[in-house]
Design a protein around this ligand. Structure first.
Ligand code: ADP
Length: 890
């Protein structure tokens, strides 16, 4: 390669012109050979003619020329043919050579073009290491001008440290004759900068096989090398962080195990007989252990998430109840600070969701816990609404609003980072690790959402987060009232001094079409009652906040009893702190108590209660209540066939109150199945049901009875059809009686009494309830006294302890469920079981045993429903126990 740099593509045209000229010249040469052949033939022809004329005895030159003899003509033609064949053969060979030359020139041109245009550098060096050819890319990589590179020593591009290695590679190629690839080294550019390159080296040999030099392709790989180095650094850092997180995760786990043992044992000790002082000390130990546990849990979660070891679970849950239960866990703390705690779920949010509700609760409790911690007065309200809902995928938007200290604008992002708090002094005042929000942010992220805060210093904060859940649309939503329940004639009074709570309660009632009248104080409530009375309107249900100022609630209840007519049923809304002093309300004839924050299901229970006492005069009701309302029916076995959850709940409650044993099934087919397997005293049969309606089911039961040769189970129809002829249709189908929906307790009672007069007595309201109740209570007391060695004082002591100890233990159960702490659940349930057995409360003891077993087996979620049942059972016993304490001797 004479020029060191390669010719530019524009030179091609000249080349092609030259080729064209060559082509023509070759063509002429082959023609010339032909012409020459012809010329030689002509000369030969003349020469032969002269020779013939000189040697022949007669004839002339012209005669021999134009008119040769046969032999002469033949020899001349042979010479002509020979020359023509020779000429054309020479022309063919010349044309082939020309084509070969052209192909060679074309391929060389192609190579030149490729090499000149590739992004990688191309170089050739001779055996002395001098650069003999290179392309533009090579110049760019090395940073030299073409004239500087020409015949430059290749070694000048190398660093001293690598020169030997690189030339060693050239020697290798020389020795073995084999090319090498991807030789990596650093070159020093003209400007002194260093670049990482990789090159191939292959030998250039001459036609005789001798080595003439080397050629190679040089690639600049500096960027890739830098990226690789960064990646390696990152991987090393990640590995270090992962092992740190794994260590933290393991360590927190190790700490948690003994801590759980401490908490469980303290729990057990607290359930035993202790002096007041010991009890106080143990409670301090207990709260310190819980505080430590929550820090450890945060660290564990944080490190688990960091180490990528946290796995999300999927299980179904009911949003509204879930929120209510989660809030109740923190209600104690909030109410101790006299903070109002409430929640509102927008009506369009589906209730049955599927997702990791433990992690959801963790985020929620952390935000509400912070809100309680940083708020000294006012309220904390949790709002839940749809961010988006499509194809059974819900993105839920939850906001936790407080009226607390607020967070300065500059700190509102940083608080979501690990170990950061809004400010040092606040942290000293309130304590905390600064991990809660970091964990929450990571969990929210993991669950397909985001978290953010809006806050004004001194006014309060709103923490928002979103989370994605699946919607379980296979189950019907039961927070809506079924269509056949008409509550539009009900009127409710809601008295609460917290405006937000008032609004939420009224909204819930209105969503069930109940007319809700709101009052923000006892005085306002009293005015409203008077006003309604003057207008001749009744109040069916009164929801009264027990925390109204200055004995306001008590005065209002008394006023309501005096003024609002017989129909009003009062549900008292207690805070966890006023629950301890609920006794003073007992005497006032309260129909129901619920604790705040009030769940929709609590409110529905209150409505059911108000309905179930419907038409019963207040005086009678109070009389029954003061003895024992549950003895108004003998313990009948009743089968209820009803498909809507609301009605199932309502009827079960009604029958439970009458001490009946209730079996509920959801359709006619199941009713037949249940009836054929068990003996019942009575069937309550809904008329409209899926799969098999009440009329067909009754007809089938009657057929089966006939086939069996006798028997007749009383069946009472329940129907919302107020149409004329309904009663007849029911009776025709084989039913014995009929009660319209919504079911009034008195009419159901009457229907049962009519059908089972021998069992119930003619007038249900005149049953010897008081006697029956008193006798039952006396029997129970006698049994207990025997167990307590007839030592009345001992009985009262232990009973007093039971009354003060069991509510916090129920709270511990709830906390254990919230924290997924099976061990704590098992131990606490075990202690409760023992206490229940002491007082021979067999149903509660059986429930506690089930919870204990679930704790042991780790089925913690399933224990939530049972905990509620246990709480109900113990609450029911509490009333009886107090009466027994009053009657016990000593
Ligand atoms: P911790 O509460 O353990 O300190 P968090 O990560 O839960 O840790 O909270 C970090 C910081 O954010 C808190 O220390 C506090 O300064 C601030 N903060 C969180 N929630 C609130 C709130 N509701 N009101 C005011 N400040 C808050």
């Amino acid at each position: 390669m004479a020029d060191h740099a390669f010719p530019k593509p524009s030179r091609n045209i000249v080349h092609r012109l030259l080729n064209l000229r060559n082509h023509f010249s070759v063509a002429r040469l082959s023609d010339r050979v032909l012409l020459m052949g012809l010329g030689v033939v002509c000369v030969y022809w003349v020469f032969e003619s002269i020779l013939f004329w000189l040697t022949a005895e007669e004839g002339t030159f012209l005669g021999a020329f134009f008119n040769p003899g046969y032999n002469e003509l033949l020899s001349r033609l042979l010479v002509l043919c020979f020359f023509m064949i020779f000429g054309s053969q020479v022309g063919h060979i010349l044309r082939q050579r020309q084509a070969l030359n052209e192909a060679l020139a074309g391929s060389e041109e192609k190579h030149r073009t490729i090499i000149a245009n590739i992004e990688d550098g191309y170089f050739e060096i001779d055996i002395y290491g001098k650069l003999t050819a290179f392309n533009d890319a090579f110049r760019n990589i090395t940073g030299y001008a073409a004239e500087q590179l020409a015949l430059q020593d290749y070694g000048r591009l190398l660093t001293p440290a690598e020169t030997e290695r690189v030339f060693g590679a050239f020697q290798n190629v020389r020795r073995t004759g084999r090319a090498i690839k991807d030789l990596g080294f650093v070159i020093v550019r003209h400007d002194g900068a260093r670049r990482w390159v990789e090159t191939s080296i292959s030998p250039i040999t001459s036609a005789d096989g001798n080595l003439r030099g080397y050629r190679g392709i040089l690639r600049d790989v500096t960027r890739r090398r830098q990226a690789d180095a960064l990646k390696q650094e990152k991987m090393a850092a990640e590995a270090a962080s992962r092992s740190k997180s794994e260590f933290l995760a393991n360590m927190s786990h190790e700490i948690r195990t003994p801590l759980n043992a401490i908490i469980g044992l303290v729990e057990l000790l607290l359930a035993s007989q202790l002096s007041q002082e010991q009890r106080e000390d143990l409670k301090v130990v207990q709260s310190a252990a819980y505080a430590l546990l929550s820090v450890i849990n945060d660290i564990l979660d944080f490190s688990k998430i960091e180490a990528g070891r946290l796995e999300l679970e999927r299980s179904p849950f009911n949003l509204r109840d879930f929120l209510g239960e989660a809030l109740k866990i923190l209600a104690v703390r909030a109410h101790e600070k006299r903070l109002e705690l409430a929640y509102r779920v927008a009506p369009d949010v589906p209730d049955r969701l599927v997702g990791d509700h433990h992690r959801f609760r963790q985020v929620l409790l952390n935000l509400i816990g912070n809100a309680v911690k940083f708020t000294d007065a006012g309220e904390i309200v949790v709002f839940a609404q749809c961010e988006s809902l499509a194809d059974d995928r819900l993105v839920l938007h939850v906001a936790v609003r407080d009226t607390g200290a607020g967070i300065p604008t500059g700190k509102q992002v940083m608080i979501f980072e690990a170990f950061s708090q809004a400010d040092g002094s606040t942290s000293r005042r309130y304590g905390g690790t600064g991990l809660g929000l970091a964990v929450s942010a990571q969990l929210v992220n993991l669950m397909g959402g985001r978290i953010w805060v809006k806050s004004t210093l001194g006014e309060g904060s709103v923490f928002h987060f979103t989370m994605a859940f699946d919607v379980d649309s296979s189950q019907p939503e039961d927070h809506h009232l079924p269509a056949d329940i008409d509550l539009s004639r009900m009127q409710a009074l809601v008295v609460d001094d917290n405006a937000t709570n008032l609004k939420i309660l009224c909204e819930m009632l209105s969503s069930w079409k109940i007319t809700a009248k709101a009052a923000t104080s006892a005085e306002e409530g009293r005015e409203l009652i008077d006003q309604l009375r003057q207008q001749g309107e009744t109040i069916d249900l009164a929801l009264i906040d027990s925390d109204l100022d200055q004995e306001g609630a008590l005065a209002l209840i008394r006023h309501l009893h005096r003024q609002a007519g017989e129909g009003a049923r009062i549900t008292l809304m207690l805070t966890t702190t006023t629950a301890k002093t609920a006794d003073r309300f007992q005497r006032e004839g309260i129909a129901n108590v619920v604790t705040k924050p009030v769940r929709p299901s609590d409110l529905l229970d209150a409505v059911i209660k108000a309905l179930s006492e419907e038409n019963m005069p207040m005086a009678t009701w109070r009389e029954i209540k003061s003895t024992d309302a549950r003895t108004t029916l003998p313990p009948l076995d009743i089968l209820v066939a009803e498909d809507t959850p609301f009605n199932q709940k309502y009827i079960r409650r009604l029958l439970d109150n009458w001490r009946c044993r209730t079996t509920v099934v959801a359709n006619g087919r199941l009713a037949i199945e249940a009836w054929s397997h068990k003996r019942f005293d009575l069937i309550l049969m809904d008329v409209q049901m899926p799969e098999m309606d009440g009329l067909s089911a009754t007809a089938r039961i009657r057929d089966l009875e006939r086939e069996k040769g006798g028997g007749h189970i009383p069946i009472i129809a329940m129907t919302a059809h107020a149409m004329k002829g309904d009663r007849e249709r029911c009776l025709d189908a084989g039913m014995d009686d009929y009660v319209p929906k919504p079911i009034a307790s008195a009419s159901l009672h009457k229907a049962i009494a009519r059908l089972l007069p021998s069992m119930v007595g003619a007038d249900p309201m005149r049953l010897p309830v008081a006697d029956g109740g008193e006798t039952a209570l006396d029997d129970e007391l006698a049994g207990l006294m025997a167990a307590f060695n007839n030592d009345g004082a001992f009985f009262k002591d232990v009973a007093g302890m039971f009354l003060s100890d069991y509510p916090p233990m129920l709270e511990t159960l709830a906390q254990a469920i919230a924290r997924q702490d099976g061990d704590l659940l098992r131990r606490t349930a075990h202690a409760l079981k023992g206490m229940a057995r002491n007082f021979q409360i067999e149903d509660a003891a059986a429930t506690a045993l089930q919870i204990e077993q679930m704790g042991g087996q780790g089925h913690i979620d399933a224990a939530a429903g049972l905990t509620q049942r246990l709480s109900d059972e113990l609450a029911r016993f509490e009333g009886r126990l107090k009466q027994m304490m009053a009657r016990a001797p000593g």
